[in-house]
Design a protein around this ligand. Structure first.
Ligand SMILES: NC(=O)C1=CN([C@@H]2O[C@H](COP(=O)(O)OP(=O)(O)OC[C@H]3O[C@@H](n4cnc5c(N)ncnc54)[C@H](OP(=O)(O)O)[C@@H]3O)[C@@H](O)[C@H]2O)C=CC1
Ligand SMILES: O=C(O)[C@@H]1CCC=N1
Length: 274
């Protein structure tokens, strides 16, 4: 089994580790480097994997290293890893928003095989969605290896044009938060009309789940599913006309554009570092 080391044991590492273990990956094949003692303890307790305070210890045996730190931390970790990466030549996978393949090559080594990908937090329950792209050093076998790791967390799609990875980030990387925000807003609207909060939360969340399952399991066009809910001159039509009058598609397009722009800005900020 592939030995996989995570650098950074935060939200996303937890989601991916949880997803991998649910598919039967052996805990002994995983390791994680995490500076915070409390986080190391909880990762060890929850997942039974080896946790290290030092990056170089976590990656010593790894065939694949998954970088799960904030974009701003990336340049700082290369000093810990560069030598061992040059020696062992593992496959490097980065999940950092915005960070480009050429930046990763500059920090970690221009001849290393590197995959840039963008998963999302539903990976924790095996319902993640990941876009991936690879540099020219990644062999077909390593591509399959990276895909296998991310497939454990949900669906995967290869993105040929790296420039579109910021769009993927804005769509599915950040996307779970958009749906949570919509559920929060639905709950607040129903509570404002007098529904008990617990009931409003349960009904809103289950509606989100039900709609998601219909989209994924049935594979039907969302527009067709929407039309089926919308009786002529009924309640849904009234709500959708209100969305339309308030410019919902425009609001969403602006939000996705803002997230996409932010991805590019994160990379530009790293380019400006000395
Ligand atoms: N959250 C999400 O939904 C998604 C996030 N991403 C990407 O994943 C990456 C991680 O995000 P997320 O998990 O949310 O962030 P977190 O802050 O939760 O996790 C990052 C972890 O890295 C640790 N860390 C900090 N410095 C170092 C270091 N020098 N060496 C090793 N570990 C270190 C942090 O420890 P400490 O807390 O002590 O600083 C923290 O536990 C980001 O690049 C983000 O863009 C991608 C897809 C979705
Ligand atoms: O908000 C962020 O920057 C990260 C990347 C995608 C989801 N969370």
């Amino acid at each position: 089994m592939t030995r996989l080391a995570f650098i950074g044991g935060g939200n996303m590492a937890r989601s991916l580790i949880g997803g991998l273990l649910k598919t039967g990956v052996a805990p002994a094949t995983l390791s994680v480097a995490e500076p915070l003692a409390e986080a190391r303890q909880s990762l060890g307790r929850d997942f039974g994997i080896a946790c290290y305070a030092e990056n170089r210890l976590a990656v010593a045996e790894a065939e694949v290293i998954l970088l799960a730190v904030k974009p701003q931390v990336m340049p700082a970790i290369h000093a810990d890893l560069r030598d061992i990466l040059q020696r062992n030549r593992p496959l490097l996978i980065s999940i950092a928003a915005g960070v480009r393949l050429d930046q990763l090559e500059r920090w970690f080594g221009t001849t290393l095989p590197i995959v840039r990908c963008m998963p999302n937090t539903p990976a924790l329950i095996g319902a993640g969605a990941t876009g991936l792209c690879a540099n020219s050093r990644v062999s077909p076998a390593q591509k399959a290896q990276a895909q296998h790791i991310l497939d454990a967390a949900g669906i995967t799609r290869w993105i040929d044009d790296e420039a579109l990875m910021d769009t993927v980030t804005a769509l599915s990387g950040s996307g779970p938060a958009y749906f949570f925000a919509l559920v929060e807003a639905l709950e607040a609207a129903a509570v404002a009309q007098g529904l008990p909060r617990g009931t409003a939360r349960a009904l809103a969340a289950q509606t989100c789940l039900g709609a998601g399952r219909m989209l994924v399991d049935g594979g039907e066009d969302p527009a067709v599913l929407r039309q089926r809910v919308t009786s002529p001159h009924g309640t849904t039509q009234a709500a959708l006309e209100s969305f339309s009058a308030d410019g919902l598609p425009h609001i969403v397009a602006r939000a996705v554009a803002a997230a996409t722009r932010r991805g590019a800005e994160l990379a530009a900020e790293l380019d400006r570092l000395p």
